[in-house]
Design a protein around this ligand. Structure first.
Ligand code: NDP
Ligand SMILES: CC[C@](O)(C(C)=O)C(=O)O
Ligand code: MG
Ligand code: MG
Length: 344
């Protein structure tokens, strides 16, 4: 553990810094529904802010929450949490900005818009972040199971002198201090999060899976074999990392797999791949990725739409859907798995 890491747990938080307040959760998607429901279960007064035509309004109401427009919710609240997609946050901020009063808090779960100057919050408002290091649906699932989700805390502006205590109380209310909350900055959270999702967690891993699958299928092996080997078993291997680090995985696999993996892994992720990772990190640090993503949205998302479609049409998706429907637990899983938002 690095000497200067500050990690907070339940005992470090005083719940009344958030239970005495009204929190407006703007958005009811992956993070929004999890924060709103966990806060409400922790005794916080929550209002969900969604635009009039929002398809999430019914879901929030059915879950027993009060729903208003983002402006009304912000006007009612002491703490406003931006949990709409990063690309729509600047417009939502413009809409609610004059409802923020001195001493209120504007909160984020990711620093993109503050770090890249797409949102400039007023000077007299606290600006904080509690960023769960997890997809939102697991933030809710873990909380309901009595477990926690690790998170990050960052203070961009402490106008009231109480920003840290309030953010910690919020982290406790959504279950993050059960697992541990690390203090960081908006810059560090933004850059590491973007790098991680591009190079490793989302981009890197899907490219590795598809590369392995295509290599086997092109060599004449059956798509079903390739699917199980390169995608399905990935989850089982990652579960071992999660439980006990790299060592638990290496202990659990055969010596043959361990020797093959230790000798061949670095042939795959070689110096060239590491140079590419450096390039991705530089693009995040110098703002090139942010400018590209903002321009992509301004242009109506042409590249995003085309790449997303191609991903959905990859053979591995068809084979996977067929195989998963045969799993004995498929029906139970389908009931438990939250549906993704329709258009995102
Ligand atoms: N996804 C995740 O697990 C993680 C996300 N984050 C961060 O959390 C934040 C939220 O991300 P995420 O949960 O993925 O977001 P989602 O894409 O899941 O948010 C969708 C929600 O936002 C609403 N919404 C969309 N457009 C607008 C608008 N113009 N005005 C008001 N509401 C709108 C949607 O309503 P409707 O149904 O009407 O479209 C829906 O309720 C981002 O900053 C993200 O980086 C951080 C950690 C992990
Ligand atoms: C890994 C993707 C993520 O950063 C997350 C779930 O933490 C995101 O932006 O959704
Ligand atoms: Mg993340
Ligand atoms: Mg992210």
């Amino acid at each position: 553990m690095s000497d200067n890491a500050t990690i907070y747990y339940d005992d470090d938080a005083q719940s009344d810094y958030i239970t005495d307040k009204t929190v407006a959760v703007l958005g009811y998607g992956s993070q929004g529904h999890a924060h709103a429901l966990n806060l409400a279960d922790s005794g916080v007064d929550v209002v969900v802010g969604l635009h009039e035509g929002s398809s999430s309004r019914d879901a929030a109401r059915e879950d027993g929450l009060r729903v208003a427009t983002p402006r009304e919710a912000a006007a009612d609240a002491d703490v406003v949490v931006m949990l709409v997609p990063d690309t729509v946050q600047p417009a939502v901020f413009e809409d609610i900005a004059d409802e923020l009063e001195a001493g209120n808090t504007l909160m984020f779960a990711h620093g993109f818009n503050v770090h890249y100057n797409q949102i400039r919050p007023p000077e007299d408002v606290d600006v904080t972040m509690i960023a769960p290091k997890s997809p939102g649906h697991l933030v809710r699932r873990n909380f309901e199971a009595g477990e926690g989700t690790p998170g990050l805390l960052a203070i961009y502006r402490d106008a009231t002198g109480e920003a840290r205590q309030e953010a910690l109380a919020y982290a406790q209310a959504i279950g993050c201090t059960r697992a541990g909350v690390i203090e960081t900055s908006f810059r560090e959270e933004t850059e590491t999060d973007l790098f991680g999702e591009q190079a490793v967690l989302c981009g890197g891993i899907t490219a590795l899976i598809k590369g392995g699958y295509e290599t086997l299928v092109e060599a004449g092996y059956s798509p079903e074999m390739a699917y199980f080997e390169c995608l399905n078993e990935m989850k089982l291997i990652v579960d071992l990392f999660y439980e006990g680090g790299l060592a638990e995985m290496w202990n659990s696999v055969s010596d043959t797999a361990e020797y093959g993996g230790l000798t061949r892994g670095e042939e795959i992720v070689d110096d060239h791949v590491r140079e590419n990772m450096q390039g991705i990190l530089e693009g995040v640090q110098n703002g090139e990725f942010a400018r590209e993503w903002i321009a992509e949205n301004q242009a109506g998302r042409p590249s995003y739409t085309q790449r997303r479609q191609a991903e959905m049409e990859h053979d591995i998706e068809e084979v996977g859907a067929q195989l998963r429907s045969l799993f004995a637990w498929a029906e139970e899983e389908a009931d438990r798995t939250p549906k993704p938002p329709a258009d995102d």
